[in-house]
Structures are given as C-alpha cells and as structure tokens.
Design a protein around this ligand. Structure first.
Ligand SMILES: Cc1cc2nc3c(=O)[nH]c(=O)nc-3n(C[C@H](O)[C@H](O)[C@H](O)COP(=O)(O)OP(=O)(O)OC[C@H]3O[C@@H](n4cnc5c(N)ncnc54)[C@H](O)[C@@H]3O)c2cc1C
Length: 494
C-alpha cells in the first residue's frame, strides 16, 4: 500500500491537463493542496494498526493486503466494513473522503463486465481486462474517481434523441486496437487528484443506444482529456486560529474530444442492457457509501449544533434539544438503512418484472431498497439540517469578523469582548468555533457541499423511483385485503 508522501510525489509527475480560470495548472497547485490532503488521509490512516480491520482488505485476486478503497466486496462483512470505514474517514476529515466514487465504480464494473462477456459468448474479454486493470490498482494503491454524469443536454430527450449527440459520452469509432470516445462528464469529484478515472453510463439505454453503453478506465492525466476544475477550499487561516484539518474538494468537467481508449482498458462497449445496469449498479454502490459519509457529516452537524447551543447558553431549552434530536435521527436512520443494506447484501440485482436474480461473478451487492431509503432520507434532509443549525446559531456565523480583525491591536480586544457569549469556553475557542461554523454553513464551500449532498449519487427523485419500482407494494395491498376479508388473487403474495 502507498504512503501519503508517495501519492503526493506521484501527483507532481503527472501530465498537466488541468484547467482553472483560463490557465493550465499543475497537480501540486495551491488550490489542490487541501484536496490532495483529504485523499492523503486514506493512505496515512490505512497504516494505523488499530484501524486496519476496516481500512484494509485481502485481495480476492492475489491474497495480498490491500487498501479497502480498491477492494471488491466479497461478503456482507465487507459491505459493513466499507460503510464503517467511510464513516470513520469522513469524521476524520469532516466531509467527503473522495475515494468512494472509485471503489463504487470498480464494484459495479466488476459485475457488469462479467455479465456482458457472458452474453457475448467469449467474443469479448471485458472482465479479464477489468481484473488486470484492478490488480494493478490494488498493487499500486491507485486512487480512482468515477465519471458517470453526462451533461445531458435537453433533459426530457434520450441520448439518441438529442440534437447534439455528444450530450452523452459515446463511441464515435471502433478500431482494431481500441475505441474513440467523445463527450463530457460533469461534476467529477476529486478527478484532478486521482490516478485513474472510471467512465460509465449515466442512465438506462435503448437498443439503438449501444454507442452510449461504454465503460472504461482512463489515466486522470491522459494528455487527450481536458479537466476544467471547480475547486472548493476554505478561507486560509494563520497559525493563531489554525484548523485541526484543512478540508477541500474539487470537481471537474472531464472533456473527451475524440479520445482513443485501447481495448485493454475497455470494460463494456455496446451491450445496451448492461449499460443501463452499470449506471444503476454504480448508483446503488454509491448510495450505500452515502450511508457511511452522510452519518459522519451528521456527526459534525450534531456537534456544531450542540456547541452553538452551549456557546449561546440555550442548550437546556426544549426546542433546542428537539432539534438536535432531529439531527441525530437523520444521521442514524441513514446509518441504520445502510447497515441493513449491508446485512442483506447478496450477489443479486433487482430486475423489473422478474425480481432479484444472480448478477456478476459472486461479489456482494448491497440491498437496493435499504441503500436507496438511506440515501433518500439523508439527501433530502440537507437543507433541513442547515435550517436547524441556522435556528440554533442565530446570525453570528453570517457576519463573523475575519481572522485579521482579531489580530489587529486596534480591534482585537474590542471584538473579543463583544463576541464573548459564555464563560464555559475561552474566547479564543469561541472564535475558532464560530469560524468553523462559518466554514460549513456560510462560506462558498458550504453551498457546494449542500448541492453535492443533495444530488451526489443521483437527485432524490432517482432514489424514489428505485424505491417505488422495487418495493413489493402488492404484498402490502394483500395484507390489507386479507385483514379486510377481501379477495386476494395472488395467494403467494399474501
Ligand atoms: C458537488 C457534486 C459532486 C458530484 N460528484 C460526482 C462524481 O464524482 N461523479 C459523477 O458521475 N457525478 C457526480 N455528481 C453528479 C450528480 O450525480 C448529479 O448532480 C445528479 O445525478 C443530478 O444530475 P444533474 O446535476 O445533471 O441535475 P439534473 O439532471 O439537471 O436535475 C435537475 C432536476 O431535473 C430533474 N430531471 C432531470 N431529468 C429529468 C427527466 N428526464 N424527467 C424529469 N425530471 C428530470 C431532476 O430530478 C432534478 O430535480 C456530483 C454532483 C455534485 C453537485
């Protein structure tokens, strides 16, 4: 497994294909330092003997010890550990840990490449291609990101119906040695500080949309792709009010303008049914990851609400306790749903009209209903959580003075006098507290966090579609009919 330093050293050697505000920037540019620091934590903490049970796994390919972010879940225990690892890491860095997109895409492609080969009856080697790529990823402890979301053009039109066919990434040429792809994937988190980008379809596809059913891995610094960045970092602080951890994240528009991908990196190409399943399966693994990260963010919000109440001296007020209980309920219901999704995991997927059926080479897939329910609860609560924090904090974080004003001798003592609200905490601690509260609720980065927490893994409606489509509502209707003494036509569903 790699060390953080080895990871940072490799970033420095990568090609420059990152664009920011009209300039090409290197991967050790100052706007990316905090983002690389977040990924760096996944190397540092994986070395900690006390955490290794959840941060590492045994490769099913080589039997070697690997970073769990490169592991294919073999058992329900693996799913539990991924969930707990995600929560632990996100607590340590205070937000998104940035490597779940990669592991979730790896797990989806592992299943899809296997099934696509089956229907092609030996004419394709997608799964072998994938396993060979994965073995290297595991050996070198590479960071993967996932580029699923297409720009999508006119929302109500399918890929094939778009006036501009490039609104969804697609194959424009098939060659003997590989394929050429064109399109643009958006909002791709941490792609600029990753080693590899896994590209897969956004949505279900029709028979005539085979060119859009494409999955492959590409080097994040590939000279033919352009990454246009949107970094989100916190206001810099000096030594007097330094944070315990400087968190940041970065998203990319990843533009493929006729990019060649050799066959050995292609894991799906043309099998439209499996293209749709790949999209859903990545979303499923990713929504399961949210049952680790969102509760961790919830832990942070609960702490901020409780500390704001304490600093404001209102911690015993009944309405404050009620609101903090609400935050706890959201976080722990999300965790509980994810826990159940882990416990009920199996090597099966839900197929509309058929029910659950075996899928993939035997790797463990979380239960879809519970993964979606958990993601839905936490995703839809994002702004409710912000409202609770706002209510408890009052206006303080919105207008809190900058660090320099607490250091300027002309204003320092006066400001310290007037921001003091409690004797239970030193004034310097109170200042640091409102500063971190500002970071997570009022800064530029906080807006992007909320949008990501709401839409990442799919907008809430996508979870509702999955839940409604897969739940056995007939069974529930039959329960009512049975109790009501009504006729139950399908006795099996009683
Ligand atoms: C901060 C952040 C990080 C992200 N990270 C990643 C990442 O790492 N990798 C990745 O692949 N993606 C990532 N995403 C993308 C995320 O998955 C998408 O934002 C999400 O799927 C919604 O897509 P969209 O943003 O295009 O919104 P839209 O599709 O434009 O949705 C806007 C609204 O329109 C509705 N809508 C859209 N289409 C239809 C339709 N046909 N019929 C009815 N209603 C419709 C939606 O339900 C929603 O309410 C990230 C997003 C954010 C904000």
């Amino acid at each position: 497994m790699r060390t953080k330093q080895e990871y940072l050293d490799r970033l420095k050697t990568m090609n420059n294909n990152l664009y920011l505000d009209g300039k090409i920037i290197p991967r050790d540019h100052e706007v990316l330092v905090d983002c690389a620091g977040v990924i760096g934590a996944t190397f540092d903490l994986a070395q900690d003997p006390e955490l290794q049970d959840i941060t590492t796994a045994t490769s099913h390919l080589t039997g070697e010890k690997i970073n769990r972010f490169t592991h294919i879940h073999q058992t329900t225990d693996d799913l539990h550990k991924k969930q707990d690892m995600t929560r632990m890491y996100c607590q340590k860095v205070s937000q998104c840990i940035g490597r779940c997109m990669g592991v979730d895409a790896m797990n989806a492609i592992n299943c899809v490449s296997f099934e696509a080969d089956k229907i092609n009856k030996g004419k394709t080697q997608y799964h072998q291609n994938f396993l060979k790529w994965l073995e290297r990823v595991q050996r070198e402890d590479l960071v993967g990101s996932c580029a699923q979301t297409d720009v999508k053009g006119q929302r109500m039109l399918r890929p094939i119906e778009q006036p501009d066919p490039d609104q969804y990434l697609h194959v424009v040429e098939r060659r003997e040695d590989g394929i050429v792809v064109r399109g643009c994937k958006v909002h791709i988190t941490f792609a600029s500080v990753a080693d590899e980008i896994l590209v897969l379809p956004t949505r279900a596809l029709g028979k005539d949309e085979g060119d859009y059913a494409v999955a492959f891995a590409i080097e994040a610094d590939h000279p033919q792709i352009k990454q246009v960045l949107s970094p989100h970092t916190m206001r810099k602080r000096g030594p007097e009010f330094q944070r315990g951890f400087d968190w940041g994240f970065v998203d990319s528009y990843v533009i493929f303008d006729d990019v060649f991908v050799p066959w050995e990196r292609v894991f799906l190409c043309g099998e439209y049914q499996h293209g749709g399943i790949c999209a859903l399966l990545f979303a499923l693994f990713h929504r399961h990851s949210y049952s680790g990260c969102k509760p961790a963010v919830g832990d942070m919000l609960i702490g901020m609400a409780a500390l704001a109440a304490e600093v404001n001296g209102i911690e015993k007020a009944p309405h404050v306790r009620e609101k903090i209980s609400e935050l706890i309920t959201i976080a722990e219901l999300g965790y509980a749903a994810g826990f159940t999704a882990s416990a009920k995991g199996e090597a099966k997927i839900y197929v509309p009209g058929v029910g659950k059926m075996p899928y993939g080479p035997g790797a463990c897939i979380p239960d879809s209903i519970y993964a979606n329910v958990g993601r839905c609860i936490t995703g839809e609560s994002v702004f409710k959580e912000q409202q609770i924090l706002c209510e408890i904090a009052g206006g303080m974080p919105a207008t809190f003075p900058h660090e320099g004003d607490f250091l300027n001798p002309e204003t320092s003592e006066l400001l310290k006098k007037y921001v003091t609200r409690t004797e239970t905490m030193s004034v310097d601690e109170q200042i640091k507290f409102w500063m971190i509260f500002y970071d997570y609720t009022n800064s530029g980065i906080s807006g992007a966090i909320s949008y990501g927490a709401m839409h990442g893994g799919g907008s809430p409606i996508m979870e509702q579609i999955a839940i409604y489509g897969q739940y056995d509502i007939e069974k529930c209707k039959n329960i009512v009919k049975t109790i009501g003494g009504m006729e139950v036509k399908d006795k099996k569903k009683k």
